[in-house]
Design a protein around this ligand. Structure first.
Ligand SMILES: [Zn+2]
Length: 493
């Protein structure tokens, strides 16, 4: 018994020794675990891309109460909206992240607040403590709040802030330069969005995230500063390949003398530009927001433990280039007739967003953006229309017994009979129509079957004498299925 008790005591002492003297084991964040955790830290008040300054101000104020955060007002936008810097960490390595210098590029702004929520939760200490001991991290979310207000790229003066790094005329640009200089930041994250029509070159996959280790000169030389950017990108790419395989692109690194990314690299900060692009069925970029969250935390961790430095910077060049070969919808080889001509064509369609006056919501007004042989292009949605004829729809004039506006079921039944337009006596209050048929005025003339760039894509597809599909404002509708994901038709005068 005595020896057993002794053994127990030794074991206990050893265990206690282990507990009190073992430093908190640094934990390398697992991308999949982080992606799962995002749900917990996703700031729910930021719901979609049209994030405004008034949406983030209460979140910024929240961090004033937290002792491990320092919140400073660092400037003011042209229209008087305050710009804030949120800092955390006590380490010697300075990391500076800013988002939305283009007002309509908000994915990373949403992600930054999710990252802040993660960093501020003591439950994540195993990951966050090593980061905060090694790094001082500074976030400047929404550098261009005036642009965000109207969901526009440029600031209130119509300037592209990312072409103002030399002249520094816009107040927002001056703030960015001053913060970079005062921090003498070791690492910089320049967080943007890019068009969802970018794909990873020679693949149908969207470039969901694209990276750029900006060049600091025309020769695109690689010095120590830029090499670190590349190594960090190689690490972030590895993380993303787990969550979105094949969906990472590399942005063109042509030197842009007026851009911040290029100049900040020149000023000695290892600069990483992150572009959030498109992802399948993620119009509001909430999946991409999650990918940003995982990527940013992984990057901070890799800078903290300096593990990024083990990466071979040459692997950066293995990331496929960005290409712009995606459509929202691609129709392949449909039969078209025009007078005596009969042939096949591919149709490339983009669903263009039209904002409401408050820039909080939008509807789609689609366009044909390309025609002909589009065999080197891809669609988020593709339809093989070989053997189908393109058919112009007819106008339906409602009977006395018909409702003012058809139900979805009634609309589908009419589409099958070749009708695409429903006449209304009075213009509806909204141009956006939520049943899959166009509402038209009595004056409306049904368009012919010519196709041209810029045309609103509306037609029917017929095979073996049967109308099986409709394309309504750029949405493909399979008439044999229940319609669920339809967004909007239009009222046409
Ligand atoms: Zn941008």
């Amino acid at each position: 018994m005595a020896s057993a008790s002794k053994t127990q005591t030794i074991t206990q002492s050893f265990f206690l020794l282990f507990l009190c003297c073992q430093p908190l084991l640094a934990q390398i964040p697992n991308p999949e675990t982080l992606a799962e955790k995002h749900q917990q830290y996703r700031v729910k008040s930021l719901e979609d891309r049209r994030v405004k300054h008034r949406d983030i101000q209460p979140l910024i104020d929240h961090y004033r109460q937290k002792p491990q955060f320092k919140v400073q007002r660092v400037g003011t936008s042209v229209e008087g909206r305050p710009l804030h810097l949120l800092s955390t960490g006590t380490g010697p390595t300075q990391v500076f992240l800013w988002s939305q210098m283009h007002g309509d590029e908000s994915t990373a702004t949403m992600a930054i607040f999710d990252v802040l929520a993660f960093l501020s939760d003591p439950a994540n200490q195993a990951i966050t403590k090593p980061i905060s001991q090694k790094l001082s991290i500074h976030f400047l979310p929404m550098l261009n709040p005036d642009g965000a207000e109207v969901f526009d790229r440029r600031n209130k003066l119509g300037m592209d802030l990312n072409r103002d790094a030399l002249r520094l005329q816009a107040p927002e640009s001056k703030v960015l330069k001053r913060i970079r200089d005062s921090l003498q930041a070791d690492f910089g994250f320049n967080l943007h969005d890019q068009s969802r029509y970018y794909n990873a070159a020679f693949t149908p996959k969207p470039a969901t995230v694209s990276f750029l280790a900006t060049a600091f000169n025309e020769a695109k030389d690689i010095n120590e500063t830029r090499k670190k950017s590349m190594q960090l990108i190689v690490r972030m790419n590895e993380v993303l390949q787990i969550l979105a395989p094949g969906q990472v692109g590399r942005y063109d690194d042509t030197f842009e003398p007026r851009a911040f990314g290029d100049n900040i690299q020149k000023w000695g900060t290892s600069l990483v530009l992150i572009e959030s692009g498109g992802y399948q069925n993620d119009l509001e970029k909430q999946v991409i927001r999650r990918l940003n969250f995982v990527t940013l935390i992984s990057a901070l961790s890799a800078i903290g433990d300096e593990s990024y430095a083990q990466e071979d910077h040459q692997d950066y060049f293995d990331i496929p280039m960005n290409d712009r070969k995606l459509f929202d919808l691609k129709i392949k080889e449909v039969n078209q007739t025009w007078k005596d001509w009969r042939g096949v064509t591919d149709i490339g369609i983009q669903r263009i967003e039209v904002d409401d006056t408050a820039h909080v919501n939008f509807y789609h007004k689609s366009q044909i953006v390309d025609l002909g042989d589009l065999s080197t292009y891809y669609g988020y949605e593709e339809f093989d229309a070989r053997g189908y004829d393109l058919v112009v729809g007819k106008k339906y004039i409602p009977q006395a017994t018909d409702p003012k506006i058809p139900s979805k079921t009634q609309a589908i039944a009419l589409l099958k009979k070749g009708y695409l337009y429903w006449q209304v006596a009075q213009a509806p209050s909204d141009v956006e129509v939520d049943v899959p048929i166009f509402l038209v005025s009595p004056k409306f003339v049904v368009p012919d079957n010519s196709l041209y760039l810029g045309k609103n894509p509306n037609f029917l597809l017929r095979k073996n004498g049967l109308i099986t599909h409709a394309i309504i404002n750029g949405y493909l509708i399979d008439l044999s299925q229940e319609v669920d994901s339809f967004r909007n038709a239009l009222y046409l005068r």
